[in-house]
Ligand binder design. Structure first.
Ligand code: IVH
Length: 677
């Protein structure tokens, strides 16, 4: 009864997923969908005996960070030969004709510019998703791929018992732009293009974050025995009926002219697609003919890619300006005569760093080639040296900061120049404040970059600690602010006193100390006094803290301005030590034990468990061996680890038991018994 209720909910939700993500034609409101999903989640939690790794509830991801297992490909993942002109396409067509010596059809498809993936289905269930890797073996990213809503976890219709299907995982432009906007706000490195963003996302350790990135996928290649059709286009149609998303831009062509008109049409029309494409793929339609043509060592003879020309424009370089960021990094920007490129007017292009400027041999007044390719920020790819009539001044990277005049420095092994004047260089001061108040740091509402600038100009904010000493009358006196905003800022600052210590460490804006590193430092040193006093040796002894980060932390606290500011923050009542609850987990209960964490957990995150192990004298190790004391086992543990544990007789301990070993109280969970075997 319950079982069939669970199953029918699963089926219904799968159909809605397909309608929404594959057909783009939903038949239910988001609200109703969420309600049904919640109902299923509750049933599954109450009846764990009906657990199913392919249930629609598994698409939300988990905090599992067990690293990826390397898996050999059953069929190697080859690449495609490239062509760049109609002439080369014609040559390919002739080669195929000679090779086959009979009539043939070519299927034209879009070449999606993402990251390729190979999925294995057994009895209609997705069992494995593997990246291309080196073509012979790739990373098992199944947990991450399961979060992609347009990929079916369970198939409909009549499918072979076992098959592989290959396709491209993509980050839609809109998601990519939003992600980069957020990253810019956080001064995190931007993704250069949606391809890098998609492959970076797929390699994330936390599948919950992957789920939030809204990836999409198109499929274009079915492999296995007993395929449904003798022709490639037939197989594509059938896989669509099983639940896969295939491109609507797919055409069977009987002549070279038809191929050219497909190319011509899509070279323009692709700009209206929600995802990036970089060419066309031509494939011989008959599988039998494909077999006859075979493969070279690197690529099939039955398929080839035609790459679209990257859009280029030529324009004049007028000047180079330099921007200084929160960390003092100086970015050179080329100012250009406005020119139209891929539908937008380009006036500026990034020049990245001094080495790139030097390698381009840039002179002011040069005619330069700008390209957009897959990137959103255009780049200068070359100088048209023949167009030089009068040669202008050679572009030399500046020696001093354009904002404060300090001499720039360049750290060994780094491409960027930095302004070292951290405490007096205006964009650095303002940038640090923006970082301090940002959402993932102190989350102080009402202090956007414009307000910070206003308060800085009016000398109300000169230092992060001033935020806690702002006075309502001073704020509301400012013409562009008003009383309501003034209260809003005070209120935001007040609330931020509750922000936990690990986020305060992040908020300080120590160079190279991002969110994760801040957490590690907070858990390792527990309070600001210990962190201030930490030596280089003590810092590098912390897991994942290398010399570069350690040096930056030491340097930060060597600066009396920073120490004074931290002291003022302390007096303002910010959280300067780990909360009691987090400290509770401290002791020697796990001294000398070697512990592997595997699976996903519901009571604490993996990072927290890792910190608990380390704080209790244990060692967290990555792989199971005969030396492993036990495995802290969550749900959906990796099958390889499970097999190994069984073979070596390593105990599995569930989270509740683990917490009780450390005498940490947990809510009672009926479904969890202590040791599993
Ligand atoms: S077929 C044996 N079809 O391009 C090769 N590939 O350079 C089978 N790609 O690794 C690949 N769109 O990541 C094929 N419609 C399409 C494609 C496509 C993009 C990618 C794929 C592959 C690379 C080859």
């Amino acid at each position: 009864m319950i079982k069939s209720q669970i199953e029918s909910l699963r089926c219904e939700l799968e159909q809605h997923n397909f309608n929404y993500y594959v057909l783009s034609a939903p038949t239910i409101s988001d609200f109703d969908f969420d309600a049904k999903l919640k109902q299923l989640q509750e049933l599954e939690a109450a009846y764990p005996e009906f657990y199913d790794p392919n249930s629609p509830t598994q698409r939300v991801g988990s905090d599992n960070v067990s690293g990826f297992e390397q898996v050999p490909h059953v069929y190697p993942m080859l690449s495609l030969g490239n062509t760049y002109s109609e002439g080369e396409v014609q040559d390919y067509y002739e080669r195929v004709r000679k090779g086959l010596n009979e009539d043939f059809e070519l299927v034209c498809e879009l070449k999606y510019d993402g990251t390729s993936i190979s999925l294995t289905y057994e009895n209609g269930l997705m069992v494995r998703a593997v990246t291309r890797g080196d073509g012979e073996k790739g990373d098992d990213v199944t947990a991450n791929v399961k979060t992609i809503r347009s990929i079916p976890l369970r198939l409909k219709g009549d499918f072979p018992e076992l098959f592989e299907i290959r396709g491209e995982i993509l980050m839609p432009w809109s998601v990519f732009e939003e992600l980069n906007r957020e990253r810019e706000e956080q001064e995190e490195q931007l993704f250069a293009n949606p391809r890098n963003a998609a492959s970076g996302t797929l390699k994330l350790q936390n599948s919950k974050t992957v789920a939030s990135r809204k990836l999409d996928a198109y499929f274009y290649y079915l492999l296995g025995e007993n395929l449904p059709s003798e022709i490639h286009s037939g197989n594509l149609k059938v896989v669509h009926s099983w639940g896969f998303k295939i491109s609507e831009a797919t055409k069977v062509c009987k002549s070279l002219e038809e191929v050219f008109s497909f190319i011509k049409y899509w070279d323009v029309e692709r700009k209206n697609l929600p995802v990036a494409t970089d060419g066309i793929v031509l494939k011989v339609n008959s599988l039998n003919q494909q077999k006859n043509l075979g493969f070279t060592a690197k690529s099939p003879r039955w398929a080839i890619a035609y790459k679209f020309q990257a859009e280029k424009a030529v324009t004049r370089l007028n000047s180079v300006s330099y921007q200084v960021g929160r960390t003092g990094a100086v970015t050179p920007v080329a100012n250009l005569d406005p020119v139209l490129l891929s539908g937008t007017t380009v006036k500026r292009a990034s020049l990245h760093n001094a080495d790139i400027i030097a390698s381009l041999d840039l002179h002011i007044g040069d005619m330069v080639f700008v390209e957009k390719g897959g990137e959103i920020i255009p780049k200068i790819t070359a100088v048209d040296k023949d167009a030089r009539i009068l040669i202008g001044d050679k572009v030399q990277f500046i020696k001093s900061c354009p904002e404060c005049g300090a001499a720039l420095v360049r750290f060994e092994g780094e491409a960027a120049h930095y302004c070292p004047n951290e405490n007096a260089c205006p964009p650095q001061i303002k940038g640090k404040m923006e970082h301090f108040v940002s959402r993932k740091a102190m989350n102080i509402d009402g202090l956007g970059s414009e307000t910070i600038n206003l308060l800085y100009q009016n000398r109300l904010l000169q230092n992060i600690a001033d935020i806690y000493e702002l006075k309502i009358p001073d704020l509301s006196r400012l013409e562009r602010l008003g009383t309501k905003s003034a209260y809003n800022i005070k209120d935001g600052a007040e609330k931020s006193r509750e922000v936990p210590f690990e986020r305060v460490v992040f908020a300080l804006g120590i160079r190279f100390v991002g969110e994760t590193i801040a957490k590690k430092l907070a858990f390792a040193f527990k309070n600001i006094e210990a962190l201030e006093k930490a030596t280089l040796e003590e810092l590098v002894a912390v897991d994942e803290i290398g010399e570069r980060i350690a040096q930056s932390v030491v340097r930060y606290f060597e600066d009396p301005t920073n120490v004074e500011m931290v002291n003022r923050l302390k007096s303002a009542g910010l959280q300067m030590s780990l909360s009691d609850e987090k400290l509770q987990a401290h002791g020697e209960a796990l001294a000398g034990l070697s512990i592997v964490i595997s699976g996903s957990f519901s009571l604490h995150s993996r990072d927290e468990y890792k910190a608990m192990i380390e704080m209790n004298g244990g060692k967290n190790v990555g792989s199971v061996s005969s030396k492993t004391s036990f495995i802290l086992a969550g749900e959906n543990m990796g099958p390889e680890k499970l097999k190994k544990a069984e073979k070596l007789g390593v105990k599995l301990i569930v989270e509740k038991t683990f917490l009780s070993m450390l005498q940490i109280e947990t809510p009672l969970l009926d479904s969890q018994q202590g040791v599993l075997f």
